[in-house]
Every structure is written in C-alpha cells, then in structure tokens.
Design a protein around this ligand. Structure first.
Ligand code: HEC
Length: 142
C-alpha cells in the first residue's frame, strides 16, 4: 500500500512528502532507535557525572522503558533493510528473546532509578547496555 502524500502541519508550515509504506516503517524504526540512542547517551552523561541533572534520570529511564514497549512493533517483515539484518525475520524466536530482554532491562533500570540507590542504578545501567549489545551483535549491520 502506498502512502503517497503524508501531510504534516508543524508549527504553521505544511510539509508534504511521498514515501512508500515500507520506507515509512524503515525510517520510523531508525528514528525511534535514534531516540533510544539519545536517551542512552543522556543517561551516560548523568551517570558519569558530566552534568548535575540526577533529577532527569527518571525521565530518561521512563522514556526508555516506554520505547522498549513499542520496540516489538518496529520490525514488520515489509520493512526489511537499512542496518537491520535479515536474520531478524529468519530467527523470530531468538529475536523476540532480545526484545524481551530489552523490555526487562529497561523496566529493571526504571525500578533502580526509583529506588535512588546508586549501586542498583549502576547495575541497571549495565543491564541496558548489555540488552542493546545483545541485539545489535546479531541483528544489526556494523
Ligand atoms: C531487539 C533488538 C534491538 C535492541 C534491544 C536495541 N536495538 Fe538499536 N537497533 C537494532 C536494529 C536492528 C537497528 C538497525 C535499524 C535499521 O537500520 O533499520 C538498530 C539501530 C540502532 C541505532 C542507529 C539508528 C539509525 O539511524 O540507523 C542506534 C543509535 C541504536 N540502535 C541504539 C540502541 C540502543 C542505545 C539500545 C539500547 C538502549 C538499542 N539500540 C537496543 C536493534 C536493536
């Protein structure tokens, strides 16, 4: 199905673009992954102590947990390509286990941040990093 003209009215200006449905899904996946990457880098800035924004940690942790909830919908078979390897669609059960691990890790990090305990936060943070890597190692082109 072609989504020929998607018109978006943003702050007073209208942008008309033509993309195919699969291209749209691929772009959306990459943009959402970039959002996940952005939250991750912001968390690193805070955890490393580069910025005095400990009170922002919950915002990033919650966003990450929310994004992990929608991550399973980012990989329709119609949107193969980009840096997403075909292995994703060839090994659906294993890929699903990576999505589950991501969801669990982000939920655990959220709980750790709520506890305010720096030890738990450090452990939770490492868990998220492992979840990203656990999936990228097998399912994302370098
Ligand atoms: C379940 C698998 C999976 C998990 C978990 C995952 N990613 Fe990804 N990520 C991918 C795949 C596949 C791509 C390639 C997407 C594409 O090119 O269409 C990607 C792409 C990216 C990109 C590049 C986006 C772009 O513009 O191409 C960034 C940044 C990223 N991931 C960050 C992260 C971070 C940070 C985490 C953990 C907090 C994470 N990802 C967790 C599978 C995953």
């Amino acid at each position: 199905m072609k989504n020929r003209f998607a018109a978006a009215a943003l702050s007073g200006c209208v942008v008309a673009i033509a993309v195919s449905a699969s291209e749209g899904e691929l772009n959306y996946r990459e943009h959402t992954m970039e959002a996940i990457g952005g939250h991750m880098r912001a968390i690193v800035d805070i955890v490393r102590g580069d910025v005095p924004h400990n009170d922002h940690l919950a915002t990033h942790a919650n966003a990450m947990a929310d994004l992990a909830e929608i991550a399973p919908t980012l990989f329709p078979e119609s949107a193969k390509g980009g840096d997403a390897l075909d292995a994703i669609w060839e090994n659906p059960d294993d890929f699903q286990s990576k999505l589950d691990a991501f969801k669990e890790a982000t939920a655990a990090f959220k709980t750790a941040v709520e506890s305010g305990d720096s030890g738990q936060i450090a452990v939770g943070f490492r868990g998220i990093g492992q979840a990203c890597k656990g999936c990228h190692d097998n399912y994302r082109a370098e």
